[in-house]
Write a protein that binds this ligand. Structure first.
Ligand code: ASC
Length: 129
């Protein structure tokens, strides 16, 4: 899929950046910094659900040693646990998307919190500061 390890790093960073952007758009609404526009939240949640599928094939063996990557070696040492975290995130963002489509702000807040926890759990184990 990637000719060079650097290309995989670029790809996974790009997908995480886009995901963070669209997730934080929902975050602004959840935190009351932006008015609740249901269609906008739904559009962002749909994008997050799609984007959350992308990074996981971009962690090929050998890409742990790229210098501008924050990925920890544990990703490759605990591949099953890393995959479980990726699957959990995708299940959580699917729920966020369902909540977003319902236009129920309380449900969106709950689902948003679960996704954020999923992000954090993986970052704590697998991402360098
Ligand atoms: C974000 C973002 C993350 C997660 C994480 C949640 O908006 O960019 O990495 O939420 O901070 O704990």
């Amino acid at each position: 899929q990637f000719a060079k390890a650097e290309d995989a790093v670029k790809y996974r960073k790009a997908s995480f950046s886009l995901m963070a952007h669209h997730f934080s758009q929902i975050g602004a609404v959840v935190k009351g910094e932006k008015p609740f526009n249901a269609a906008e939240v739904a559009a962002n949640a749909a994008l997050v659900e799609t984007l959350a599928k992308l990074p996981w094939n971009a962690f090929p063996a050998g890409s742990e040693s790229v210098s501008d990557s924050k990925a920890k070696a544990e990703i490759w040492k605990e591949a099953d646990k890393f995959k479980a975290g990726a699957d959990k995130l995708q299940a959580d963002v699917a729920k966020l998307n369902v909540a977003a489509k319902s236009s129920d702000l309380a449900a969106i807040k709950t689902a948003f919190g679960a996704v954020g926890q999923s992000c954090k759990t993986c970052h704590d184990s697998y991402k360098n500061k």
